[in-house]
Design a protein around this ligand. Structure first.
Ligand SMILES: [Zn+2]
Ligand SMILES: [Zn+2]
Length: 266
């Protein structure tokens, strides 16, 4: 078999940034440290760094590396002085069943463009890399050591058959692989098709997803700390309803992870 030198391949097919399509520098000329804040210098830490360097330019990385203060419950952005308050005004009156949300950033600018591209173009490579980014945020969060299982939010079989692509599942698998946490898509299922949440009010969204999920199998979830993954969270209704089912089945805690935290709805 023809052996091709790795540096020749890189020269012939240079990598491009997933955000802006700018050509990325050759590996030997890359920045020594792209990641400003990483929990450790372990193999996992350098795996994140390698992956970021080969998929994002420095400008896009800075736009994705969001450290805005967020509500600990729903991940909405909050003013600096509000950080220590338990719940923000957006979620204070909502009965959210999950414990907290980890997100890459807000559903705007580059993150919004990437999520839309992932869904519209059924872009698996982008979904994997967005999952890797979310995995990095989870790896750096306080709950990283507590998680036992990663579960994607399910989609109805009809929607799935129509699109042939389930972004949340690819993102969740990528998170699980990046964080070295077990993954299963066989825990939850959609028991009925729901209206699209986008056109509904917050109260309407909670009503729309009521009893929309069930358990797929009789797996024991007793005592597990589960992280539910979706691409975007706006009101939190879908993730909360799925969390309710997992808690009812014995899960000890349910956390959620999303690529983007959507804007407020009325
Ligand atoms: Zn870029
Ligand atoms: Zn909140």
């Amino acid at each position: 078999m023809l052996k091709i030198n790795r540096s020749l391949i890189t020269l012939l097919f240079p990598a491009h940034c997933l955000g802006c399509e700018k050509e990325l520098p050759q590996p030997q000329t890359r920045r020594p440290l792209l990641i400003g804040k990483i929990r450790d210098t372990s193999t996992q830490g350098s795996t994140f760094q390698d992956s970021f360097e080969t998929h994002w330019c420095l400008d896009c990385w800075k736009r994705l590396n969001d450290h805005t203060p967020r509500c600990p419950k729903c991940a909405a952005t909050v003013a600096e002085h509000n950080v220590l308050i338990d719940r923000c005004p957006l979620c204070r009156d909502l009965d959210l069943k999950f414990d907290s949300v980890v997100s890459v950033g807000d559903y705007k600018c580059l993150i919004q463009e990437l999520v839309i591209r992932m869904k519209n173009q059924l872009d698996e490579q982008l979904a994997v890399q967005l999952g890797n980014l979310l995995g990095y945020h989870i790896h750096n969060s306080d709950i990283a050591g507590e998680l036992n299982l990663i579960v994607p939010i399910p989609t109805h079989w009809w929607r799935r058959a129509k699109r042939g692509f389930h972004g949340a599942e690819i993102v969740a698998r990528s998170v699980a692989s990046a964080c070295e946490i077990p993954y299963s898509a066989n825990v939850l299922r959609c028991v009925r098709n729901t209206k699209k949440q986008g056109t509904l009010t917050t109260a309407g969204r909670f009503r729309n997803v009521q009893n929309a999920f069930g358990l797929r199998s009789s797996h024991s979830l007793s005592g597990l700390n589960i992280m539910l993954i979706d691409d975007v969270m706006t009101s939190g209704a879908t993730l909360s309803e799925a969390a309710r089912i997992l808690l009812k089945a014995g899960a000890s805690k349910v956390y959620t992870g999303v690529i983007a935290r959507g804007a407020r709805v009325s």
